[in-house]
Design a protein around this ligand. Structure first.
Ligand SMILES: Nc1nc2c(ncn2[C@@H]2O[C@H](COP(=O)(O)OP(=O)(O)OP(=O)(O)O)[C@@H](O)[C@H]2O)c(=O)[nH]1
Ligand SMILES: [Mg+2]
Length: 57
């Protein structure tokens, strides 16, 4: 049980994932694609997303 707890708990509770990358790398596009929702503004201007965007998915 001890050995399988982390794996089982990750499936049950989910895991925390951070999308990190250079300005204009496509982080917001990736997030919106995963969510199938326009959560983060996508633009060709580097530095569009300034705040942390936290979602539960
Ligand atoms: N060719 C190409 N362009 C992409 C891709 N993903 C995103 N873009 C374009 O790259 C530009 C930046 O995309 P964003 O998703 O806003 O990038 P970001 O990393 O969130 O940018 P910042 O928030 O400014 O740091 C936009 O014009 C997107 O349409 C991709 O896979 N291929
Ligand atoms: Mg962004």
């Amino acid at each position: 049980m001890l050995d399988s707890f982390r794996w089982g708990n990750s499936i049950k509770e989910g895991i925390t994932v951070a999308i990190i990358g250079a300005p204009n790398a496509g982080k917001s596009t990736l997030l919106d694609t995963i969510l199938n929702e326009e959560k983060a503004l996508v633009s060709d201007i580097a530095g569009t997303t300034r705040d942390f965007i936290e979602v539960h998915w």
